[in-house]
Write a protein that binds this ligand. Sequence first.
Ligand code: IVH
Length: 670
Amino acid sequence: MNANDAKARIEQLTKELNKHNHLYYVESNPEISDYDFDMLLKELQELEEKFPDLASPVSPTKRVGGDITKKFETVVHRYPMLSLSNTYSQEEIQDWVTRISKVAEGDLEFVCELKYDGVAIGIQYLNGVLHQAVTRGDGSQGENVTTNVKTIRTIPLNLQGDFPEDFEIRGEIFFPLDNFNKLNEARRADGEPEFANPRNTASGTLKMQDSQVVASRGLDCFLYGIYGTSLENGHFETVQRAADWGFKVPKTQARYIEKTNTLEGVMDFINHWDQERSNLPFEIDGVVIKVNDYAQQEELGFTAKSPRWAIAYKFKAERVQTTLETVSYQVGRTGAITPVANLKPVQLGGTTVKRASLHNADQIEKLDLHLLDQVYVEKGGEIIPKIVGVNVDEREPQAERVVFIERCPECATELVRTEGEAQHYCPNDIGCPPQIKGKIEHFIGRKALNIDGLGAETVDALVDVNLIENYADLYDLTFDQVVELERMADKSANNLIAGIEASKQIPFEKVLFGLGIRFVGETVAKKLAKHFKNIDALIAADFDTLLTVDEIGEKIANSIVAFFLEEENKTLIGRLKSAGLQFEIEEKEGGSNKLEGKSFVVSGVFNAFSRPELKEAIEMNGGKNVGSISKKTDFLVAGDKMGPAKLQKATDLGVTIISEDEFIAMLNGD
Ligand code: IVH
């Protein structure tokens, strides 16, 4: 392909990808499958690699990230980023309305909006192209986080329709609760401490150096103000108009935004969201009331810090007082110690609360906790409620201070705390029962060795009867030993042994993840496997060599070096190797990652492939074979003589059914 053809194709792909991105993320109304979208994106990526001069800084390929920002430059805001004055009662809102009614001429019309709990962002567009995105900072200057903002799918890179030439749009970047919870689940699985709340995590994410990580986290954005243009007379109309240019703006149908000309209308909006906010898929901390008419806004003007034409109403956080009965300490798979407050049960936000996370020793110190304290408990977006303060007036004079434990509650080993880290750890990783069990559970997990027929309960039982004390011991287990366990039938014992046997075929990267090296999650394990190709090369790598690997920083490198310095770990690996596990990458010819992330069910008889060959082709190209059809299956490859029941099930569940020819076309990238 010559440069001219490439240019035309890049333009066409860009247009299509932008359109489908908008349909999917902003309109929630996709027209093409994820697979087809990925294929278009891949084509664009390849063309941009071949013709780098033709790659636009606002190409849809920027959505997946990859660019690194070493230092975020400071940018002065064209229009200062002010804050809102806060109110906490409906009387204060009423006073505000009375006050401004005296100043502004004519009847007032109000726009009621949600107060999104995230990070403010100002995004400048020049001639319909995203130019730069800047954080609030101190209000007069912020940080240029454009590269990271480009990965947020609901923020358009190119505008459509009749947009102003040069304007700034402001909004709030936030972490949707679903994505936040998923991130914490993954961190739990990787043995990393969980993030405390969505807002701080959104803020931290936005300032990460690696935009690929930002892209993977799934931030979102709502827009609430436009500066530098006055196409319409009012705020509400301007915001709605921004939807025509491709922005995600709050919807009136969902009552995310509302226009009213009465105080009752404003109060109704406040009351509605005070009740309903816990059902939103993101966090809000109040509502914002704004005067709609721009001329009236101008009349009202600003104080030094905030506009007089707008006011925030902050919800009272749901807070209750209860007694702190005891503090207990949990030991995680990596030995991390988490203090937990055991509370006198109390009702909060519709559930009974008995426990609250205390995170770490600093938190206990900050709260200056004493046993039997009356503590205030609040529920934010977190899964577990938190203690936000102590009612010191009700503290007994002889109350005993909570002092962080010095020894592991499970194995009595002295705890350690590395400088600069918030968490205490139990260093006895090979002798501490929850660490032993946790490590084995991690090893057998779905994303690691995926051992069918073995669950957490069985691991507990096997450890308790001293049949295993590490993951290498699994490979010495016999049917006769296992069948002796309580409630273990012949069939289950057989399945367990067969599952262990099958795990010997699991690829190196998953085995590496399964070893449970601190900070080596799924993605890092993949990167390491790809780079070093086998375990011996990885063991031989020193700190500096590790740092040369993409995305490996000092923290991970240190952890890897420390892991392999322990003789015990090397012995375990030696035993796993002898058992026949995969410790090197299998370089297969004809492999690709074209089917990465897709799951397939193969059924029937085929012409070009035998069934096992077809399954192998799926694996070799990064796809996954699954046994039976479910909602999560991406494709059913249907051959001849396939049973009608399977076909029906796939149709009912909306699974895409493809023929052998279509599958081959997929592999060929058509
Ligand atoms: S309007 C002049 N509308 O709240 C200030 N702000 O304390 C104009 N926020 O920094 C801001 N939702 O980050 C506005 N619907 C909304 C908002 C909102 C959240 C945040 C924003 C701002 C802070 C003000």
